[in-house]
Design a protein around this ligand. Structure first.
Ligand SMILES: Cc1cc2nc3c(=O)[nH]c(=O)nc-3n(C[C@H](O)[C@H](O)[C@H](O)COP(=O)(O)OP(=O)(O)OC[C@H]3O[C@@H](n4cnc5c(N)ncnc54)[C@H](O)[C@@H]3O)c2cc1C
Length: 496
C-alpha cells in the first residue's frame, strides 16, 4: 500500500548528478526532495564543464556526413584500457560492460531530457578518443556545464519550496543505518549550517532514501589523491580544492574501485598573479592543436600532440620549479606555452579570454630570449619541411611564424606558463546499473546497500583506465536520473 506520508528523497551534493537525481525523483512522484550541499553555492565542478556532453545517436549528429553513430560503446570499452582487456576475469568484465552499456544506450535519452528542459545542445564536436563527433554543447557563449546546471536549478526551484529545498553549507558527515538492518541506509547526519560555529554544533539528521552525488577527489591533493596516488600528491587541479566524501560511503559498507585511475592534463595555466592557487584554468588541448608549442628554458621537450599521459609524463620527469617546492605546497613545473600569430588567430575565441584573465601575454619575438628565438627558428624549418622534428611532431596546426622563410622579429606571440594538473578521478564507489551502491567488490555477487544510490564522479567502474571527454557529464545525467527514480520509488513504498 502506498505511504500517505512518504519521506523526502535526500540528495547529497548539488553538482549535475545531484541535480539530475533531484529532478528525476520529483518527476517520478516523490512529493519532496531535500538537496544538501557542502559549498556555499550549488554547481560543484559540473558548472565548469566546457567541452560538452556525449550522446549517440542524436538528431544533432550529422548522420548524412558521418553515418549513424553506433560506435560509442566500442570507443568507451577501448578507452577503459587494461581494466577491460582480455585478461580481466569474466564477472568483472560483465559488470563493467553493463555499466558502459547503460551509459551509452541511454545517452541519446539524456540529451533529449536536457533539451526538453530548454538546454541548447545543438553543436556537436569530436573529442580525442571518439571515432565520431558526439560531444554536444550550445551554439551561444555559455559553456555547457553552466547552461545545464543553471537550467536544472531553475526548473527545480519552479517546483516550489514544499517540493524542493536546497540547503547550502550543509556537509553530510554520516549515513544513518537501520538498527535492525545495519546494511540499510535510513538517512543522513549533517552539520548545522545556521550555527555560527558549525564544527561545534550538534549534527542534524534527516530521514529518507539517500542519493549520494558528492563528486570526485581530483582537488583533494594532500588527502585521497596522496593516499591513492602519492606520485601525484601536491599537483594542482582544475577541480575545486575540497576533500573527497568517499569515507562517508565506506563507513556504510561501500566498496571503492579504480581509485588509482586518475586523469592528468598536461597544461593548466599558472596565473602569474597567484601562482600558488591550487585550482587552475585548463589551457585547452586545442591551443596545441592549432599550433602552440611547449618550451622549458626556451627549448621544446616533447611532441606537443602526444597523448595527455605522454606529454604530462615528459614534463613531470623534469626538475620542478624550485620556488614551488616545500611541505604542503604545490608541485609545479615551469613550462611556457607559446602561440605564434597563426595559432593565436586560429584559437582567437579562447585566447581572448586567457589574455583578459592575464594567463597569456603578448610579446614581440624580438623581446624573447636568444635560446627561445633559436628554438623557434629551428621549429620554423621543421614546419617548412626542411628537416624532421626531433620529437616526431608532424602536424603544425596554423603555425606560420617563419613558415615562408621570413622570420619576423616584430611579430607578436602569446606566452603563458603551464603545468600538469589533475583533471578527473575515474575511481569511486562500486555500483550497479540501477545506481545502487554496493557493499560487494566489482565482479562479486551484487550486494546493494539498502536505501542508498549514487551517481556521477563519486562512482567507479565505468571508465576504467581513462574517461572519454564528455562522458562525465553524461554519467551524471544517466545515472543521476536512474538514482532519482529508484529513490523516489523507495520513498513512496516506505512504511508509514
Ligand atoms: C574545468 C573542468 C572542465 C570539465 N569539462 C567537462 C566536459 O566538458 N564534459 C564532461 O563530460 N566533463 C567535464 N568535466 C568533468 C565533469 O565536469 C565532472 O566530472 C562532473 O561534473 C562531476 O559531477 P558530479 O555531480 O559528480 O560532482 P560535482 O559537480 O563536483 O558536484 C559534487 C558536489 O557535492 C558537494 N559535496 C561534496 N561532499 C559533500 C558532503 N559531504 N556533503 C554535502 N555536499 C558535498 C560538492 O561541494 C559539490 O558541489 C570537467 C571538469 C572540470 C573541472
Amino acid at each position: 500500500m502506498a505511504n500517505p506520508n512518504p519521506p523526502p528523497v535526500i540528495v547529497v551534493g548539488a553538482g549535475l548528478a545531484g541535480l539530475s537525481a533531484a529532478y528525476s525523483a520529483l518527476q517520478a512522484g516523490s512529493p519532496s526532495v531535500r538537496l544538501l550541499e557542502r559549498a556555499a553555492k550549488p554547481g560543484g565542478n559540473s558548472i565548469k564543464a566546457s567541452s560538452g556532453i556525449n550522446g549517440a545517436p542524436t538528431k544533432y549528429q550529422n548522420a548524412a556526413k558521418y553515418g549513424v553513430d553506433n560506435s560509442f560503446w566500442d570507443d568507451t570499452v577501448r578507452s577503459a584500457g587494461t581494466r577491460l582487456n582480455a585478461t580481466v576475469a569474466e564477472p568483472i568484465k560483465k559488470q563493467r560492460q553493463g555499466l558502459i552499456s547503460t551509459l551509452t544506450t541511454r545517452s541519446a535519452a539524456a540529451i533529449d531530457f536536457l533539451v526538453d528542459l530548454g538546454v541548447d545542445l545543438s553543436v556537436v564536436a569530436q573529442l580525442g578518443g571518439h571515432s565520431k563527433p558526439r560531444t554536444h554543447r550550445g551554439a551561444g557563449k555559455t559553456p555547457p556545464g553552466a547552461s545545464i546546471v543553471t537550467t536544472l536549478l531553475a526548473k527545480l526551484k519552479d517546483q516550489g519550496p514544499d517540493r524542493f529545498s536546497l540547503v547550502t553549507e550543509a556537509e553530510v558527515t554520516k549515513l544513518l543505518t537501520s538498527s535492525s538492518s545495519p546494511t540499510t541506509v535510513t538517512g543522513v547526519e549533517y552539520r548545522n549550517p545556521q550555527n555560527a560555529d558549525p564544527a561545534a554544533a550538534p549534527p542534524q539528521t534527516l530521514h529518507g532514501p539517500v542519493v549520494f552525488t558528492t563528486g570526485g577527489f581530483g582537488g583533494d591533493t594532500h588527502g585521497l589523491l596522496a593516499q591513492y596516488r602519492p606520485d601525484l600528491s601536491g599537483l594542482p587541479s582544475t577541480n575545486d580544492p575540497r576533500p573527497g566524501a568517499h569515507a562517508v560511503l565506506s563507513a556504510a559498507g561501500a566498496r571503492l574501485v579504480d581509485m588509482e585511475s586518475v586523469q592528468i592534463h598536461p597544461t593548466g595555466f599558472v596565473d602569474p598573479a597567484s601562482p600558488q592557487t591550487p585550482v587552475k584554468f585548463l589551457a585547452a588541448e586545442m591551443l596545441r592543436g592549432e599550433g602552440g608549442v611547449l618550451l622549458v628554458k626556451g627549448k621544446r621537450v616533447v611532441n606537443e600532440l602526444e597523448t595527455r599521459e605522454k606529454v604530462s609524463g615528459v614534463i613531470m620527469g623534469l626538475t620542478q620549479a624550485e620556488e614551488e617546492e616545500g611541505e604542503g605546497g604545490l608541485r609545479q613545473w615551469d613550462v611556457q606555452l607559446l602561440l605564434d600569430p597563426g595559432a593565436t588567430e586560429a584559437a582567437a575565441g579562447h585566447v581572448g579570454f586567457y589574455l583578459w584573465k592575464g594567463l597569456l601575454r603578448k610579446v614581440k619575438v624580438s623581446e624573447l630570449d636568444e635560446t627561445t628565438r633559436e628554438t623557434l627558428r629551428e621549429y620554423a624549418a621543421v614546419v617548412r619541411g626542411e628537416k624532421e622534428d626531433a620529437f616526431g611532431r608532424v602536424s603544425f596546426g596554423h603555425w606560420r611564424l617563419g613558415a615562408d622563410g621570413e622570420f619576423d622579429e616584430d611579430a607578436e606571440v602569446c606566452v603563458g606558463r603551464v603545468t600538469p594538473i589533475v583533471h578527473f578521478t575515474m575511481g569511486g564507489a562500486v555500483f550497479n546499473e540501477q545506481a545502487q551502491i554496493l557493499s560487494s567488490e566489482l565482479g562479486e555477487e551484487e550486494k546493494p546497500i539498502g536505501g542508498l544510490w549514487g551517481a556521477g564522479e563519486i562512482t567507479g567502474g565505468i571508465h576504467g583506465d581513462n574517461r572519454l571527454g564528455g562522458s562525465s557529464l553524461l554519467e551524471c545525467v544517466v545515472y543521476g536520473r536512474i538514482a532519482g527514480e529508484q529513490a523516489a520509488k523507495a520513498a513512496l513504498q516506505a512504511r508509514a
